[in-house]
Ligand binder design. Structure first.
Ligand SMILES: [Zn+2]
Length: 135
């Protein structure tokens, strides 16, 4: 299975699961107005996996790491801190912090500190959601 095919399968699966009943395409997880067209990596970016092909494949093919966004939000808003935080919180609300932590513990990070930073992000946001639910 090639990376492109894996990515296409992920997109089809995410779009199917996240679409509302009666819709083929989900609404954008940021604006909620336009239909999604793109997948965006919200926990670990392509840039953070540069030079580590195993990590890159893992982060590009996991539903835990992607949001379904419209192209405008993907290009213009997804990298803003507030957007990233919201998308990460939605990911935790959808899959649970335990599942995301378990996924991250099995990723082939180059250093323990990279992994620890990402794990801290999950735990911190999960604590925030406990205090103030996002969905
Ligand atoms: Zn949008």
């Amino acid at each position: 299975m090639t990376m492109t095919a894996d990515r296409a399968r992920l997109k089809a699966r995410v779009f199917t699961v996240r679409a509302r009943i009666g819709q083929k395409i989900p609404m954008c997880e940021l604006c909620g107005i336009s239909h999604a067209s793109d997948l965006h990596e919200h926990w670990i970016s392509r840039g953070q996996s540069t030079g580590n092909p195993e990590l890159q494949e893992a982060i590009l093919t996991s539903e835990y790491n992607v949001s379904a966004l419209c192209n405008d939000c993907n290009v213009n808003y997804a990298e803003k801190d507030s957007s990233r935080k919201l998308l990460r919180k939605k990911s935790i609300a959808r899959y649970g912090s335990d599942a995301i932590v378990k996924w991250m513990l099995n990723l082939p990070f180059k250093s323990d500190s990279d992994q620890a930073q990402h794990l801290r992000d999950v735990i911190r946001l999960a604590d925030e959601i406990d205090r103030e639910p996002v969905l």
